[in-house]
Each structure stands twice: as C-alpha cells, then as structure tokens.
Write a protein that binds this ligand. Structure first.
Ligand code: ASP
Length: 604
C-alpha cells in the first residue's frame, strides 16, 4: 500500500467513525479503555440526580454502562440529561474514565462515560412496568408488552442461550454427517395423539391443511428418498390443553436415520446430549447413560420418566401386608411404599400435610399409611393391625434405617404407582434432593406398543402407529396386544422427557397389521397415510429416529421448569398471544373467500 493510499484509508476510517452510531456496546468498556473517546447507543434504564451530578444507566443487549453529567462543567448538557425519561433511546459521546464508586458486580462497573454530547434518537412513553431484573410487571402485562420484557437481562439471556444451543446442535449434527432438511408446514394430519391445528384452503374450498404435530411422516419419506441422516430444528403444532411446560407451537430437534438398530440411534444421540452438556453447561458424562426398561421404571419409580437425582425407590409390599384384617390393604390389588430417610421425627402436622397431598385429585390416593422407624421403636398409623414385628419386616424389605419414615399407599396398581411417584417427588422437594445443578440422564426403553383406552374401548399406539414392535413380539400383536413391546425409547433427564423416538416399521405387512389392531379399516389407513404406504412399496430402508423437545431442553439448561421464558413470543395458558391479541375473528370477506360459515352461538 502506498503512503497516499494509507492516508486515504485513515481519513475514511475517521470519517466512518464520526458517522458511526456507536463505537462500542454498553457491555464492553473497562479500565483498559480509560481516556478513550467513545460513542454509545442504548436505552435509559434509570437516572439519578445526586447534587450537581446526573448518572444515567444506559442499557443495550450487551450490558449497562454508566453515563455521567456534571452541572458545574456543562449546565446545558446536564439539564438535558435530567429530562431523559425511562426507555428513551439515546446516543452519548464522551470519554471513558475510572469510576470513584465502583460496582464490581457488572463488567463495566469500574468505568463511566463523561458525556460531551447527547442525542435523543427516540422518546418513549412511560413503560407499563420497570424493565429491570426486579420488575413490578405481572405475567400478563409482561406478555402483552413482550418486546419490553425481552429487554430484561434474564429473558434476553434465555433467548441467547436458546440461540447457542441451536448453533451447537447444528454444529454437532453437521459434524457427524446429518443433513438439515426443511419440511412443509401446510401438510396433512400427523398421528402424534393430539388435535390438529387446521388451515382452510381458499383454492379448494371446504378442504383443510393440517399443521404438523411433528414432521414424522415427512422424515420417513426422506428415508425412502435416501437421505440416511436427517435432522431439522422445526416448529410443531399440537392443539391440546396447556400446562406450564407446553405451548401450542413448540420446537423439536427432529432426527431420523437409515440402516440402524436401536442402539445405533441411542449411541448417536447420547453423543449429541453429552456434547451439548459439555458445550453449554461444562458437564462431562463419562459413563454411558443407563437403559431402564419401561416396566422397571414403573415398578421402581411409578412413572416412565423417573427423576434419578435421588433414590427412594418404590417397594412392593402387597404380599407382606395381606391377611392382617386391615381391609384397605387386603382389598387393594397393590400396596407399595417409599422410605423417606431421616424423617421419623415428622410431626402430626407434617404427616397430615402429606396425607392431604396424596388425596389431592391430581394424586388421587385414598389415604396414607405411615410407619415411623424411630430410635426407640416403631410407631405407625396401623398399629392396631400390625405388630412391631410385622412392621419391622416392612422396614427390612424397604431397607430402612432407624430414623427413617415409611410412607405407604394402596389401591389399584395402575393408580397407586403414579400416586407413589408423586409422593416420591414431593419428598424429593421437601428433602432438597432435586438440585438444579445436578443432571441424571437415562434412556427408558421397551415401552408397550399399545395402550387401551377405556372410554373409546380401543387400543391406541403409545408412541405413534409407525413404531415397530420388537420382532420377537410381532406374533402376539393380534392375540395379546397388551404384551407387545415397542422398539421405542425416551431420553429422560431429571424427571423430564427430553426426547423420544423409535425404530419404525418398514415392512408393509407389519404396518397393515398395526393399523388393523388400532382399528383402522384399510380404507381409513389409505385415506390418511396412503402416501406413506405407497412410498413403502418403493424400497423403504430399515430406519428409526428420535425427536427432542428443544424448548424443554433449553429451559433445563437454563435451570428452569417452564419453557415460556425461553420462547421469544410465547402464548399464555389459554393458547392466546396477548400481545398480538390472537386468535381473533377474521373479516366476513375472508370467511366468504374461504366459503366458511361461522355458527353463531345461540344466546340463552
Ligand atoms: N415424531 C415423534 C414425536 O414427535 C418422535 C419420533 O418418533 O421421532 O414424538
């Protein structure tokens, strides 16, 4: 470069700098920059007037920097600063200097900007809540003004964490040869067991698209197409009643592979899970994840998503407790209990609270039997029926030590086990056994293929109808459907189902049989899934896959139970977007175009 060129470049750079909105962000200046001339842009978080000085906290995505104005040195500028309102957007030019009153809690806390020029880029109305960590805004208000809520560091950091996890997922999947393929959103019903969201077609009036509950059928078609390793970060839509950790639209890391057996899939995605834990939380899992068959999970923990951060396994006491004249146990098909370590001193009040807990409709037990295995002997709520000798036999099988408390429930097996699971989790909370810093992943495998629904008196696919039975169980599909195990698996972490999938059926005759047991006529099966059955006629490779609940996984990495604050614009518990005020009626013109008549509700 000639000297002349260099001079031109420097002039250009200087010109550019003068023209730049900002030279730095509000999160990066430190003592190293002392004396530098800088330009910052951001939002006024708050300002304080102290004697002849005015301090303004200027916020942007990167942090907060203190601006300082001085009445004595520049009265006009300081008066201008005193008029700034919360959330005004400003540009401040000035010099970086060391702060006398340092705030070591933030990276920029050792410096401040002595402002020489202030420009208001935009004014703001008084925001409806304070945009700080300790906000006075309730949930509904924060959702209505979500764009303001997203300025708060905790929510903003959640969204950035989500971005980081997404990038790491893509990096890892790409590194092991997976191809990200987008699948359409306007499709046909997919069988994930929820209600579909539907979109009316204007061009073919009276017909509807369904939004994908998952890209399940699409990814299987991609396997037929020869894309042997597929993944996608994808929006899914399910119209179901919502809970704190559910949203009508949510995201999955959806994956499928060809020419694989179950363990190839588990190994591949255990690799992804370990990679993400390392990159995002700096946690190394050296041991392989445990594989727990479904029936063991139910027997030992009363649930198919056990929280293994703590033990407290369920013990079956059915045989041991029979025949002592206690009708509650004698009439029950199942009696089981857990041992709460060190709780033998529980007071009457605490035991009453636990009894109330198990009797809540969500838990559904009729009552609670307790046995205190105290230092000076055994006491229980069923002393009348069981001698100390009998009770100590229970303590032995439950591996209790003096000082422990046995909590026992009885009833129908399929209701009592889940109730014991709830009780176990409650004791886990009470005993602080559920640390947010600890992660215990496991694979739950060998789920039943079908579940019986009493209401409709028919079998449903526990996973979905494309899940393969274990080959050794296929001949029982018609005779003993309940006994057939699926080649399906879930990844469970800390009691949360993070992902689930299966080896798929790729043989047309097994798929036909599956539809038959599920009560589909050939015609219905063809109507709904003809495209897939057809594709299977042209060389479907053996394949299987998995999908992870992306929002849940990110929330878990962020140490929270609810996924809502990890989604930029979530919906509330009634499925409403209170910011957009959606869903909302559409105009008569739109309805006419779609040839839709809305039934007017009869006013009573
Ligand atoms: N499509 C399934 C789901 O959304 C996951 C899978 O089988 O891959 O649960």
């Amino acid at each position: 470069m000639t000297l002349c060129n260099l001079i031109i470049l420097l002039i250009l750079l200087k010109f550019k700098k003068d023209k730049m909105y900002r030279t730095h962000t509000c999160g990066e200046l430190t003592l190293v920059n002392s004396g530098d001339d800088v330009v910052l842009c951001g939002w006024v978080q708050r300002s304080r007037d102290l004697g002849g000085m005015t301090f303004v906290d200027l916020r942007d995505r990167y942090g907060i920097t203190q601006l300082v104005f001085n009445m004595e040195t520049d009265q006009e500028l300081c008066s201008q600063a005193r008029k700034l309102g919360r959330e005004f957007v400003v540009q401040a030019k000035g010099k970086v200097r060391e702060r006398s009153n340092k705030n070591l809690k933030i990276p920029t806390g050792e410096i401040e900007i002595e402002v020489t020029c202030l420009t208001i880029l935009n004014r703001s109305e008084l925001p409806p809540f304070t945009i700080e960590e300790e906000t006075d805004g309730g949930e509904e208000l924060r959702m209505k003004y979500r764009y303001l809520d997203l300025r708060r560091a905790s929510i903003k950091n959640n969204i950035i964490l989500r971005h980081r996890v997404a990038q790491e997922v893509r990096k890892y999947m790409d590194s092991i040869g997976f191809v990200e393929v987008e699948t359409p959103t306007l499709i046909k019903s997919t069988p994930e067991g929820a209600r579909d969201f539907v979109v009316p077609s204007r061009m073919q009036p009276g017909t509807f698209y369904a939004l994908p509950q998952s890209p399940q059928t699409m990814k299987q078609l991609l396997m037929v197409a020869g894309f042997d390793k597929y993944f996608q970060l994808v929006k899914c839509f399910r119209d179901e009643d919502l809970r704190a950790d559910r949203q009508p639209e949510f995201s999955q890391i959806d994956c499928e592979m060809s020419f694989v057996e179950r363990d190839d899939i588990l190994d591949t995605f255990e690799g992804l899970a370990k990679y993400l834990f390392r990159q995002i939380r700096n946690i190394d899992f050296s041991e392989p994840f445990i594989k727990l068959p479904y029936h063991k999970a139910m027997e030992n923990y009363g649930t198919d998503k056990p929280d293994l951060r703590f033990g407290m396994k369920i013990t079956d006491l059915t045989d041991l407790t029979r025949g002592h004249g206690f009708a509650v146990f004698d009439d029950a098909t199942y009696v089981g209990g857990i041992c709460a370590e060190g709780c033998s001193e529980y007071s009457r009040k605490q035991l009453d609270e636990l009894t109330e807990f198990v009797k809540r409709p969500q838990t559904g037990a009729k009552g609670l039997v307790w046995v205190k295995y105290g230092a000076e002997g055994i006491k229980s709520s069923v002393d009348k029926f069981y001698s100390e000798g009998e009770l100590s036999k229970w303590a032995v099988v439950m591996k209790a030590k003096p000082g422990d408390l046995l909590l026992i429930l009885a009833g129908e097996r399929n209701k009592t086990l889940p109730a014991l699971s709830e009780l176990r989790l409650e004791m886990g909370n009470r005993l602080n056994l559920k640390s947010k810093e600890k992660f215990v992943p496991l694979w739950v495998v060998d789920f039943p293929l079908f579940e019986w629904d009493e209401e409709t008196k028919r079998y449903y696919a526990m996973h979905h109808p494309f899940t393969s039975p274990k080959p050794e169980d296929i001949d029982q599909m018609e005779t003993d459907p309940e006994k057939v195990r699926a080649n399906a698996y879930d990844l469970v972490i800390n009691g949360v189902e993070i992902g689930g999938g299966s080896i798929r059926i790729h043989d047309a005759s097994v798929q036909k049989l599956m539809f038959k047991v599920l009560g589909f006529s050939d015609e219905e099966a063809n109507d709904q899934f003809g495209f897939l059955l057809n594709a299977f006629k042209y060389g479907a490779p053996p394949h299987g896959g998995i999908a992870f609940g992306f929002d849940r996984w990110v929330a878990m990495f962020g140490g929270q139970d609810s996924i809502r604050d990890f989604i930029a614009f979530p919906k509330n518990n009634s499925g409403r977007d209170v910011m957009l005020d959606s869903p909302a009626p559409i105009s008569q013109k739109q309805l006419d175009e779609l040839m839709i008549d809305i039934k007017k509700e009869k006013k009573s």
